[in-house]
Write a protein that binds this ligand. Structure first.
Ligand code: PEP
Ligand code: MG
Length: 325
């Protein structure tokens, strides 16, 4: 099987009828890059920067971050790397930024909310990312966006960081793509508004499912209720892709759903442009993609939308996939 997957590495990620989807990797450490490349990753769709801030005293300064980001950007160049700004809080704690115990950490001062509360910490990270952007192809995106004010506030601080670097004569990619995670139900509902502000969306299904269904993503007792194919989730995905395309921006996904090959026909039919997953999942997803036809996947999606429960959608997918893939 591994042999077969290695053969797939150099084949294009496209359907029988020539429709391409970029298959990218999710990473936390530079050490994961060889595995990602070995499995045919076309870039990094999610670089989680939390690890730089966790399990340590104090915060990483600009230089430390610049070196860490540059190493990854250079290792991937000319392929794109999509760097997510700090996403701590909830189930990811960073001691030196964590303010106080919260009743509902998943709904607390976390991710972009924390960055906007600590603009100097945020700007330090943005400056480091901008500086690394001349070493390859960098894109930047913000986690846990709930509405347009947060996007505008984050972009304003990004502009400040750019202006500072410009004044200092430090080079950076002025046309750097800026995106947001779509992982909060309110962001889905205002996706058309958000799409006017950014270059791409990246759907975080791990949190989107958690918040849409009110199911703690880490609670094993609720695992059976954590349903990626819940009709509410499917409708959300469709809303997000349609809003992105109506505004002419890219619809990406970097949650776990993107790496589950049985969901590939659904994601293809919905129209996702890019899927980002752990490197080892890429060959399996590519294999299903290469056996698919875009119009068939669209038909499959319209049938999936006729069901009332996740169980019905899953049963339907099982029968379709065992019949056709
Ligand atoms: C997600 O929420 O789906 C996601 C990709 O981000 P994380 O798992 O880091 O919260
Ligand atoms: Mg998330």
């Amino acid at each position: 099987l591994e042999q077969e997957f290695l053969k797939l590495r150099d084949l294009p990620a496209e359907t029988i009828d020539g429709h391409r989807i970029s298959l990218m990797g999710n990473i936390e450490f530079a050490e994961e890059i060889p595995t990602l490349k070995g499995h045919g990753g076309e870039g990094i769709g999610l670089y989680r920067t939390e690890m730089l801030y966790m399990n340590r005293q104090g915060l990483p300064d600009e230089e430390e971050q610049y070196l860490a980001y540059s190493a990854i950007v250079e290792a991937m160049a000319p392929l794109p790397i999509t760097i997510r700004t700090l996403d701590v809080g909830g189930d990811k704690l960073a001691t030196d930024l964590h303010l106080e115990d919260e009743m509902n950490p998943a709904l607390g001062l976390r991710a972009i909310r924390l960055s906007l509360r600590k603009p100097e910490v945020f700007k330090t990270q943005l400056r480091a990312i901008l500086r690394a952007s001349v070493r390859g192809k960098v894109r930047i995106f913000f986690p846990m966006i709930s509405g347009v004010e947060e996007v505008r506030a984050a972009k304003a601080i990004l502009e400040e960081a750019k202006n500072e670097l410009r004044a200092e004569g430090v080079p950076f990619d002025n046309a750097i793509d800026v995106g947001i995670m779509i992982e909060i139900p309110s962001a889905v509902l205002v996706a058309d508004i958000l799409a006017r502000e950014v270059d791409f969306f990246s759907v975080g299904t791990n949190d989107l499912i958690q918040y849409s269904l009110a199911i703690d993503r880490t609670n094993e007792h609720l695992a059976h209720l954590y349903q990626p194919m819940h009709p509410a989730v499917l409708r959300s995905l469709r809303t997000v892709v349609d809003a992105a395309h109506a505004a002419g921006i890219r619809a990406c996904m970097c949650g776990e759903v993107a790496g589950e090959s049985r969901y590939l026909p659904i994601l293809l039919g919905l129209g996702f442009d890019e899927l980002s997953m752990t490197g080892v999942s890429i060959p399996r997803v590519k294999k299903v993609l290469r056996r698919a036809v875009k119009a068939d996947a669209q038909l499959l999606v319209s049938r999936a939308f006729t069901f009332s429960t996740a169980a019905e959608v899953e049963a339907f997918l099982n029968s379709e996939i065992s019949a056709r893939f």
